[in-house]
Write a protein that binds this ligand. Structure first.
Ligand code: GLU
Length: 449
């Protein structure tokens, strides 16, 4: 086991999420470091945990009552050894430097796994879009971009959405960038279809996650057909995961938002999912409204003060956490195991705590970490950039086929790396090792920069 680079805990002892993400990777890559002494000699672990650059900035904006508001903006440019920084923008009150460094660090390895030329970054702000008017969101995005534009570019740093940033926000951000630079380039991904976006991009993380889970089940000669599934979240990733699971013959019984979750024993079908999409994407309502429409379903409010999340108390064979980081803890993991879970495939970034991961691996559950399982999102962002560069748009079927090939490639790469280091079937180790080696080798080749 490789120890954490000292600098991480000494310099940033309060950055819990970042330390968690780094220690997850460092634990896996111990054997790699032992086998490749050049990595130690060239300080790869010390360098890979230190962002190449962090930009922090003031975001002043005017609310609908003509009051001045100020939020804090960030962009963490983590590693560009294999391509321009790439990763989402998160708009959520919990956003701080630790969360963005963890997301950026995850992206370094995740993006490497896609095989596309993408470095890693992440950004965002503590602005809360919930409850804001369209005008407020637009003015905020414009002010945010009025600073961010000088740090990004199609060959430098290419943001996209994350929690709280969807097609509406990407539109306002892109419009402001184009005005300031007088240039129409692929500087953001997740763009609208009429102005450079890619078909399948909104669905990619969720579809990719389900393709990955099917690959995992296939190693045990099993399929998703008729499996009962728990999905958390109700945003982009949760919606697409649910859609693909329905298409593949599985039954999804839960969805959630930060206020609580719904349980629909009959299963969420295509019509119910269409209702959820209208509710969340257009009306921007709460998931609790599901039971007004479907009275047989049950709504349970979130209980953040309780030791376990009520959503994970339901019985299911397959679990897709698609909401946020650390949403499955040790107690939740035991509940799921007691209910005979077979597979946990992460749609959100780092939704399982380190203890929960250990339990799943120890109990030989098929467990896929987010940097492998949700890499389809950033992979199709890479394909969007390619389409922008060649000024073409591919058909949805073409993008989906490429996504399937990429997800199968990531799956097989993880298994091969885990095998090579004597931990067959350990997708966590496999993903960390394969992503790390690719970036470490590029850093070695490029000297001490
Ligand atoms: N926020 C998404 C993710 O975590 C997308 C990032 C991107 O495409 O740049 O994968």
């Amino acid at each position: 086991m490789t120890e954490m680079p000292q600098s991480t805990q000494v310099r940033d002892p309060h950055e819990n999420e970042f330390i968690q993400a780094v220690s997850d990777v460092m634990t896996s890559v111990g054997p790699v470091m032992d086998k490749t002494p050049e990595y130690r000699r060239h300080g790869i672990t010390e360098r890979i945990v230190e962002p190449e650059r962090i930009i922090t900035f003031r975001v002043p904006w005017m609310d609908d009552m003509d009051r001045v508001r100020v939020n804090r903006g960030f962009r963490v440019e983590m590693n560009s050894a294999i391509g321009p920084y790439k990763g989402g923008l998160r708009f959520h009150p919990s956003v701080n430097q630790s969360i963005l460094k963890f997301l950026a660090f995850e992206h370094v390895l995740k993006n490497a796994l896609t095989t596309l030329p993408l470095g890693g970054g992440a950004g965002g702000t503590d602005f809360e879009p919930k409850g804001k008017s369209d005008g407020e969101v637009m003015r905020f995005c414009q002010s945010f971009m009025a600073e961010l534009f000088r740090h990004i570019g199609a060959d430098t740093d290419v943001p996209e959405g994350d929690i709280g940033v969807g097609s509406r926000e990407i539109g306002y951000l892109f419009g402001m960038y184009r005005k300031l630079r007088n240039r129409f380039t692929g500087v953001l991904t997740g763009k609208g279809l009429g102005w450079g976006g890619s078909l399948i991009r909104p669905e990619a993380a969720g579809f990719g996650c389900v393709y990955f889970s099917a690959q995992m089940l296939d190693t045990r000669k099993d399929t998703l057909e008729r499996k009962t599934c728990l999905v958390s979240g109700s945003g982009n990733v949760a919606q697409a995961t649910t859609r693909k699971l329905i298409e593949m013959g599985a039954k999804v019984v839960t969805l959630s938002d930060s206020s609580g979750h719904i349980y629909d024993e009959q299963g969420i079908d295509a019509d119910k999912l269409a209702f959820v999409k209208r509710l969340k994407n257009i009306r921007r309502g709460r998931i609790s409204e599901y039971i007004d429409q479907y009275a047989h379903a049950v709504y349970t409010p979130a209980a953040p003060d309780q030791a376990t999340n009520p959503l994970w108390r339901h019985r299911a064979q397959c679990v897709f956490p698609c909401a946020t980081q650390n949403e499955i803890n040790k107690q939740d993991a035991y509940l799921l195991i007691n209910n005979n879970v077979k597979l946990v495939c992460e749609g959100a970034s780092m939704p399982c705590t380190a203890n929960a991961q250990d339990i799943f691996i120890d109990k030989k559950i098929l467990y896929a970490p987010s940097k492998a399982a949700n890499a389809g999102g950033v992979a199709v962002s890479g394909l969007e950039l390619t389409q922008n560069s060649i000024r073409l748009s591919w058909l949805g079927e073409e993008v989906d086929n490429r996504l399937k090939i990429i997800m199968k490639g990531i799956h097989d790469t993880c298994l091969a790396a885990a095998d090579a280091y004597g931990r067959p079937g350990n997708y966590l180790m496999g993903a960390n090792i394969a992503g790390f080696i690719k970036v470490a080798d590029a850093m070695l080749d490029q000297g001490l920069v």
